[in-house]
Design a protein around this ligand. Structure first.
Ligand code: 3IO
Length: 342
């Protein structure tokens, strides 16, 4: 009798165990984890190209366990509500340009001070190092999946700008750190996200813009801006962020895939941007007859002199707001040296 009871208990135990084991883990209901990824500019532009590359890598590295649905062109979240939209869970993942909310991302936006970031590859790795070192509070509510920057900004305009006298009072579009630079040169700086710029140029609200040159091709700005003034000044910093609940729900092996991709994705995007700028410049010269204006040595010295006070002013303000401002600038300079030498 006793033996029969024991056998019955063992049978029940076995059945429960089998059922228990056959249950999928909660995050992988149905076998796949589906994530939404929002982006603000149109699909052919570099923030969306890097998004598609990340999606492909993730789907490959997780062997199809994770599926990423991408939403370019502001179809899920726009340029200015990207961060809050991801925090509130309207999208699992979002790509944002930090320059559109300069006061919100003080530490990481310091990369758009005129400190001499030479290209997008170095810029992206500098931004990653800075993020890792300072772990800014502004990102406490999200998981940062990667960061990257544009190539240095240049002036694209409908009128030729060869001197500081030429730029004085001209309506030019820029955001964040780049906006401060335009103001210092005497332009009438107009702030708006890149996604609003094609219409502003078309309608004549602005006579040009200050950004990285791949937009000449990707937004077809070369068709309307026939002049480029080469300044190679500052970059725009970006971050890809994930909703914290969505992140916490992921199984450990998927979290590892995402973490392993962070640095790689920053380097890939920087490299893509640098090569794509070259292509866009060639196309603009050959197919669009855009004139590229090189400032003379004397003129360049005047433009640079206008920028000299910007970093010091930023340090004073950021220090007053409680940031270790001098250390941040020192670190950015050191990170530039480190990545430039590679
Ligand atoms: C940018 C933003 C969206 C799509 C392509 C882009 N190329 C450079 C930027 C930088 C930027 O955000 C800006 O506003 O100039």
């Amino acid at each position: 009798m006793k033996k029969q009871i024991l056998l019955a208990l063992a049978a029940v135990f076995a059945v429960v165990t089998v059922i228990g084991v056959s249950q999928p883990p909660p995050a992988a209901a149905g076998g796949t984890i589906t994530l939404s990824y929002a982006n603000f500019p149109p699909a052919p532009t570099f923030p969306c190209v890097q998004m598609e590359r990340w999606k492909k890598e993730v789907e490959k590295r997780t062997k199809g366990k994770v599926k990423v649905n991408t939403y370019p062109g502001g179809t899920l979240l726009g340029a200015k509500n990207m961060m809050d939209g991801v925090i509130s869970g309207q999208a699992d993942i979002g790509n944002l340009c930090m320059a559109y909310q300069p006061g919100r991302f003080v530490i990481t936006n310091a990369t758009s001070l005129p400190l001499g970031i030479p290209n997008a590859t170095v810029g992206s790795l500098v931004l990653w190092d800075l993020y890792k070192k300072y772990q800014p509070k502004s990102f406490a509510k999200v998981k940062v999946l990667t960061v990257f920057t544009t190539a240095p900004a240049n002036i694209m305009s409908k009128i030729p700008i060869r001197t500081l006298a030429d730029i004085k009072g001209v309506d030019l579009r820029a955001s964040g750190g780049a906006a401060q630079i335009l103001k210092a040169w005497g332009a009438n700086q107009v702030g708006m996200p890149m996604s609003a710029t094609p219409e502003a140029l078309q309608k004549g609200v602005v006579k040009g813009l200050f950004s990285s040159l791949e937009v000449l091709k990707d937004f077809k700005f070369a068709e309307i801006c026939k002049y480029v003034t080469l300044t190679d000044t500052v970059i725009y910093p970006f971050a890809v962020v994930m909703n914290m609940n969505s992140w916490n729900k992921l199984p450990d092996d998927v979290k590892k895939v995402f973490d392993d991709l962070s640095f790689d994705q920053a380097a890939w995007t920087g490299n893509y941007m640098d090569n794509h700028v070259k292509e866009a410049v060639t196309w603009s010269k050959d197919a669009q007859k855009v004139e590229f204006i090189q400032l003379s040595k004397d003129e360049k010295a005047k433009w640079d002199a206008r920028l000299a006070p910007i970093t010091e002013k930023w340090i004073q303000k950021a220090k007053a707001d409680g940031y270790p401002a001098e250390a941040i600038v020192k670190d950015i300079k050191a990170f530039i040296k480190k990545h430039e030498s590679k």
